[in-house]
Design a protein around this ligand. Structure first.
Ligand code: PLP
Ligand code: FES
Length: 421
């Protein structure tokens, strides 16, 4: 067997239908590369391996052409100009470049930054670093449904505010912030607007003009592209400047040096185009699956609480707290389903989700939450099996819980005076 046959066989392997593995319902953590995307990437790992910066021969020109095409695909997906797209290693790096880059470049104008308490860690940790450098950050509260209050947002703007950063679609609870309204407020106050759209592209229409974004972070692996590739949109009119964070050969118009990973870039471009093409059909199918999952759980399990607005939310996400059950125990009991409690990025820390806490949820309910991420390859049979498993395991865990027993007996747990230990 020669190598091209091996590649052909591997790329035809079914993606997720594998009875020996758990049902994958963690599409907000990451997605598999769509086979159509993979097919377009493969030649750039082998035959067309040139360096896009090699200007003197055909190997370089072929790579450059592929990079240009992908840049156009990503630009088209967000209604931007290809010259406004900077390749990075992912949304984390894009957000670092956007916030540190803008903060450093415009520090003469002011030192104040606005963001939300429910942002992704990529934003929150970058803001913490900027605080250590002397910048001041306002972390705005959100309402019970996860949405920011626009009046509070506008009130947080100060004369020295240089940039605000808002998550388009929340990775834990899937809520969609009112981006156009936020963009309008920020433009009126001449404050730069950075948008983390890592979880938005392919799920909701993303248009940098409609929401007046100045910078936007994107990621390949959240939309059926490869991991390790992302992009930062940086507006040209009116021009936005960011100070480079990675220095070297001056690639990407000096904003981000490093040899371009052609195959990854081709994958991100193809994934972005496909994400927009399939947005409506994906959303329709996935929405039905999500409703089926929710209905199934609600019919079979009492005392469940939905986290985050259902109205302003992408259909790909369901985040539910199962009262009287500890989230980690539930996840351990649910070995046949791959889901997250809290966010995928922080579930190693075993702390209750800061996003759910920001919605005003108690520690207990935050601890008992499960995030279901439904995606392009989820089937109805997988949803039905999940409902069965959840109903069975939650029931079993509650049987072991003295608090559940008391609740069943009608005792109001809030009225109990617990003895101090
Ligand atoms: C909303 C959001 N922003 C940023 C990131 C980071 O993206 P990447 O993995 O491409 O660095 C993620 C992924 O966890 C995310 O969900
Ligand atoms: S879910 Fe139990 S420690 Fe967080």
């Amino acid at each position: 067997m020669n190598s091209s046959q091996i590649i052909e066989l591997d790329s035809k392997k079914p993606l997720l239908i594998d009875p020996d593995r758990p049902i994958y319902l963690d599409y907000q953590a990451t997605t598999p590369v769509d086979p159509q995307v993979l097919e377009q990437m493969l030649p750039y790992l082998t035959h067309d391996f040139g360096n896009a910066a090699s200007r003197s021969h055909a190997y370089g020109w072929t790579a450059e052409k592929a990079v240009d095409k992908a840049r156009q695909q990503v630009a088209d997906a967000i209604h931007a100009d290809p010259r406004e797209v900077v390749w990075t290693s992912g949304a984390t790096e894009s957000t670092n470049l956007a916030l540190k880059g803008a903060a450093h470049f415009y520090s003469g104008k002011g030192k104040h930054i606005i963001t939300l308490r429910t942002e992704h860690k990529a934003t929150l940790d970058t803001c913490r670093q900027l605080e250590r450098e002397g910048f001041e950050v306002t972390y705005l509260e959100v309402q019970e449904d996860g949405l920011v209050d626009l009046k509070a947002f506008e009130a947080a703007i100060r004369p020295d505010t240089i940039v605000a950063s808002v998550l388009f679609v929340n990775n834990e609870i899937g809520v969609i912030q009112p981006m156009a309204e936020i963009g309008r407020i920020l433009r009126a106050h001449k404050v730069l607007f950075h948008v983390d759209a890592a979880q938005a592209l392919g799920k909701v229409p993303v248009d940098v003009e409609a929401i007046q974004a100045d910078m936007m972070s994107l990621s390949g692996h959240k939309m059926y592209g490869p991991k390790g590739i992302g992009a930062l949109y940086v507006r040209r009119k009116p021009r936005v400047r960011v100070e480079a964070q990675v220095h070297g050969g001056g690639h990407e118009r000096g904003m981000r040096s490093g040899t371009l990973p052609t195959h990854q870039i081709v994958g991100m471009g193809a994934a972005a185009e496909l994400a927009v093409q399939l947005m409506d059909s994906d959303a329709q199918r996935i929405g039905k699956l999500r409703d089926r999952l929710l209905k199934g759980i609600q019919e079979r399990v009492e005392e469940t609480y939905i986290n985050g607005s259902m109205e302003h939310r992408v259909p790909h996400n369901l985040n539910i707290s199962f009262a009287f059950v500890e989230g980690e125990s539930l996840i351990m009991a649910l070995k046949e389903i791959a889901v997250s409690s809290g966010s995928a990025c922080t579930s190693a820390s075993l702390e209750p989700s800061y996003v759910l806490r920001a919605l005003g949820k108690s520690d207990e309910l935050a601890h008992s939450s499960i995030r279901f991420g439904i995606g392009r390859f989820t089937t109805e049979a997988e949803i039905d099996a999940t409902i069965e498993l959840i109903a069975g395991k939650v029931g079993k865990l509650r049987e072991l819980s003295p608090l559940w027993e008391m609740h069943q007996e009608g005792i109001d747990l809030n009225s109990i005076q617990w003895a101090a230990h």
